[in-house]
Design a protein around this ligand. Structure first.
Ligand code: NAI
Ligand code: MG
Length: 484
């Protein structure tokens, strides 16, 4: 297939003003996970390309982009948002082909990307400091300033959304960005950079260098002229990124996934809960950092809920992304192997139900049928480890304390929800559950770009999304003036 996102050659990097081949002219094949065929080649950037991109970002920060006013930055972001919507069909198709995401889910990501641009466009001129009452003869105030050059290493599961929340916020504050997309999926990152150019981002304000994690990613995270790092991906690589950040003493935001629970009490509205319980597990074929992979149900209604979820599972189908079924393939054969490894470790659990792989799904695709397990042991590997595939476990609990103990009984803490009609219990659980986002009688709240997001424990630290992200992508300077 000949793929040219917005007419650009996908085997190039955007460094400064121009699309250029990586200096070594190396390429990596991009595979369509729906059928296993090659889509196109992408650039395999390395340390030298990262060096050039960081230098271009530094020049932009010290030049036109650094001098742009908050209003001007906001206007550019607004124009990018508009262009994203004008090209939404192409972007959704690229993401569907590249990630294997069902088209409707890819389109939702496009719309979210546009919303991020709109939100941060509007926020750019609303980030301000304070004046601080102090000693006689002094005027003291604070300035919110960009860090400088920010490095963004993103994964393949939601490229557009993660670009929106990290690059969008970083640009709004006035940072110049170097983006390293994932080697499994990077077409919409390239398209986004091209839309940035067309929207009037000055040269170097946003640079994109695709490449392997161990090469381009490691070079970016270790670069001494990068002032802030934002990473979304695995715990293992998160540790490497934090170690690199420690070497250079730069701040880092880590978003590393989770084992997010939904706690369903016996007084919950099951009909309202059911679609959320299942969708939060199988959206993007379970390859979602905030996927809900654990459903905790009060014992008295365990069988009833398991049966209701099972009925839904039996109606789920996985097929090619452009067929737009409930699930697409996983992103790669490698991810499929990881997930099948977990499934093998669940062979001692009761498989309550599974969905199907569509009969006409190509044999070369990375399909995994969704699976629902009953799991009495909250310490079972499938109830503890992030699978990153369409696998959910349903765990019984006795009472509120037991539910909280199980919910908080993993090393992760990204998202949690509680389903109950008891208002006091909702308030207690919102405080007791260990997670960066708590949902009461819903899950995900539609993913709103306005809602600060991030985790605790192995899920990482720092917050992206919402206005809060602007604090993370800026630094505070205190000015104390003595005037007598
Ligand atoms: P990964 O953490 O290796 O990849 C994420 C990004 O980090 C990619 O851009 C990759 O090129 C980059 N990277 C890899 N090694 C690097 C290094 N040494 N230095 C700097 N950057 C590096 O994740 P992978 O291998 O794609 O997936 C493995 C598992 O990670 C998944 O099964 C899932 O459990 C988890 N994961 C979690 C995500 C989340 O949203 N929290 C997203 C992707 C993966
Ligand atoms: Mg990896």
């Amino acid at each position: 297939m000949d793929i040219r996102p917005l007419g650009i050659d996908p085997s190039q990097c955007l460094i400064g003003a121009n699309w250029t081949a990586p200096h070594g002219a190396r390429k990596l094949p991009l595979i369509n996970p729906s059928d296993g065929t090659p889509l196109c080649d992408i650039a395999a950037g390395d340390a030298q390309d990262i060096d050039a991109a960081v230098a271009a970002a530094r020049a932009a920060f010290e030049g036109a982009w650094g001098r742009a006013t908050a209003v001007e930055r906001g206007r550019v972001l607004a124009r990018i948002g508009q262009l994203v919507l004008e090209h939404k069909e192409e972007l959704a198709r690229l993401e569907a082909l590249d990630v294997g995401k069902p088209y409707t889910q890819a389109m939702a990501d496009v719309v979210a990307l546009a919303r991020y641009m709109e939100f941060y466009a509007g926020a750019a001129d609303k980030l301000h400091g304070e004046t601080i009452p102090y000693l006689d003869g002094y005027t003291v105030y604070t300035l919110r300033e960009p860090h400088g050059v920010t490095g963004h290493i993103i994964p393949w599961n939601y490229p557009m959304q993660i670009i929106g929340r990290s690059v969008g916020a970083a640009l709004a504050v006035g940072n110049a960005c170097v983006l390293k997309p994932a080697e499994e999926a990077c077409l919409t990152a390239l398209a986004f950079a091209e839309l940035g150019r067309r929207a009037g981002l000055p040269a170097g304000a946003l640079n994109v260098v695709p490449g392997l994690g161990a090469e381009a990613g490691a070079a970016l995270s270790a670069h001494e002229d990068v002032d802030h790092l934002s990473f979304t991906g695995s715990v293992g690589v998160g540790k490497l990124i934090q170690t690199s950040a420690a070497q250079n003493i730069v701040p880092v935001t880590l978003e590393l996934g989770g084992k997010s629970p939904q706690v369903v009490f016996d007084d919950a509205d099951f009909d309202a809960a059911l679609p959320f319980l299942v969708n939060a597990g199988i959206q993007n074929a379970g390859q979602t950092c905030s996927a809900s992979s654990r459903i905790l149900v009060q014992e008295s209604r365990f069988d009833e809920l398991l049966a209701a979820m099972s009925a839904r599972y039996k109606a789920l189908n996985a097929g090619p992304a452009l067929d737009d079924l409930e699930l697409g393939p996983l992103v790669s054969q490698r991810q499929k192997q990881i997930v099948e490894g977990f499934i093998a470790k669940g062979s001692d659990l009761e498989l309550a139900a599974s969905g199907q792989i569509a009969a006409d799904a190509p044999a070369g695709g990375a399909y995994v049928a969704p699976r629902l397990y009953a799991c009495a042991d909250p310490d079972h590997m499938l109830a503890q480890d992030e699978v990153f595939g369409p696998v959910q476990v349903v765990i019984p609990f006795r009472d509120e304390d037991h539910a909280v103990a199980i919910a908080n009984g993993t090393r992760y803490g990204l998202v949690a929800s509680c389903w109950t009609r008891d208002g006091a219990r909702q308030m207690r659980l919102a405080r007791k559950l260990r997670a960066g986002q708590i949902f009461l009688n819903n899950y995900g709240a539609g993913g709103g770009v306005e809602l600060p997001f991030g985790g605790t424990g192995l899920s990482g630290h720092g917050r992206e999304k919402g206005f809060e992200a602007l604090y993370g992508f800026s630094t505070l300077k205190t000015v104390a003036a003595y005037h007598g």
